[in-house]
Design a protein around this ligand. Structure first.
Ligand code: SUD
Ligand code: ADP
Length: 287
């Protein structure tokens, strides 16, 4: 087997809106959410070899464990192949994204791994097959595999492509780890936002008709997130992504976003990024 090396971006997502429409029979919640990619994230390098081993090194040593979604994703693919003994790869993960921040870093890393290995090992799995496989690792993995901004429904498994207008985002990364499971089971969580028709839905920016149904509760429970959101709201329409902790404001130009970023007080941190309708991973892999 030839040794190959591939470096790919593993970007973040923003939930431009996130509605909870109800509860499914299995206790999971039915969601409707607009997933958009940004040109900021982690970087991953894949170096194939014939050792039959999958190894991972990461700039955050605590992530070098078997629980890492990168290793789980690679193992899922290897277990589907016949000549496992030959399939070796060393993966280097350079982590920039906050963990448990609602920007989907772990899911993105898993999806990037599946896309990279499918290509490097010439496995020939269709995107639909990879999405189904990715869904077993996490609800947000399929959207990163598809790589197109989409309105997701169900638990994230039903996707409808949706192109968002060009925009720049200032994303703040409060140092809080929101407990997703606890949040989903909270009695005060709104669970009955009516489902919107994807065909007539018009996302024109952060307005009050579309919202993040987790936001009020999270802001109440986590003062550090409330503070970051309050600061952003002084400058532009702003919202929380996923179940938090990250919050973002939308701007028409990079200059406008950078101007606000320059004024960020020392106790807050964040970054400026451009919205992308095609994920940066797909831009590199498929042109
Ligand atoms: C709500 C989103 C939007 O992107 O949040 P973020 O993770 O990005 O913040 C995701 O869909 C989150 O999905 P996922 O990341 O797979 O959730 P997990 O942490 O695995 O779920 C933890 C727990 O939350 C509950 N859960 C999760 C997803 C869902 N649609 N309904 C649920 O009720 C379940 O009890 C589950 O055991
Ligand atoms: N490759 C990975 N990158 C980040 N977190 C990972 C990864 N693999 C497993 N995890 C675990 O998943 C948890 C949440 O991951 P992450 O995707 O960053 O959250 P979110 O979906 O809220 O953005 C982390 O706290 C970490 O323990």
């Amino acid at each position: 087997m030839t040794h190959q090396k591939l470096t790919l971006p593993s970007p973040a997502k923003l939930n431009l809106f996130l509605h909870i429409n109800g509860r499914l029979e299995n206790g999971y919640h039915e969601l409707q959410s607009l997933f958009h990619f940004i040109d900021y994230g982690d970087t991953m390098t894949f170096e194939t070899n014939a050792s039959g081993k999958i190894t991972l090194s990461c700039n955050i040593k605590a992530l070098e464990t078997d629980d890492n979604l990168v290793l789980k994703a690679a193992n899922l693919l290897v277990n589907l192949t016949l000549n496992k003994v030959e399939k070796g790869v060393h993966i280097t993960l350079n982590k920039r994204l906050p963990m448990g921040g609602g920007v989907g870093g772990g899911s993105s890393n898993a999806a990037t791994t599946m896309l990279a290995l499918n290509s490097l090992w010439d496995l020939g799995h269709s995107t639909a097959d990879l999405e189904a496989l990715g869904n077993t690792l996490g609800a947000d993995v399929p959207i990163f595999i598809r790589g197109k901004s989409s309105i997701a429904e169900g638990t994230g498994d039903k996707m409808c492509t949706y192109n968002v207008h060009n925009a720049w985002y200032l994303v703040l990364t409060p140092n809080a780890h929101v407990n997703t499971k606890e949040l989903f089971s909270h009695p005060e969580l709104p669970r009955n936002t009516p489902k919107l028709d994807n065909n007539t839905l018009n996302y024109s920016g952060i307005t009050t008709d579309l919202k993040n149904d987790f936001q009020s509760l999270v802001v109440k429970k986590y003062p550090i997130i409330a503070k970051a959101l309050q600061w952003l709201l002084e400058y532009a329409p702003s919202r929380m992504t996923g179940t938090g902790a990250c919050v973002f404001a939308e701007f028409a130009t990079e200059q406008q976003a950078q101007k606000v970023f320059q004024q960020l007080p020392e106790e807050l941190s964040g970054f400026v990024a451009k919205g992308c309708n095609i994920s940066p991973t797909h831009q590199v892999l498929f042109g």
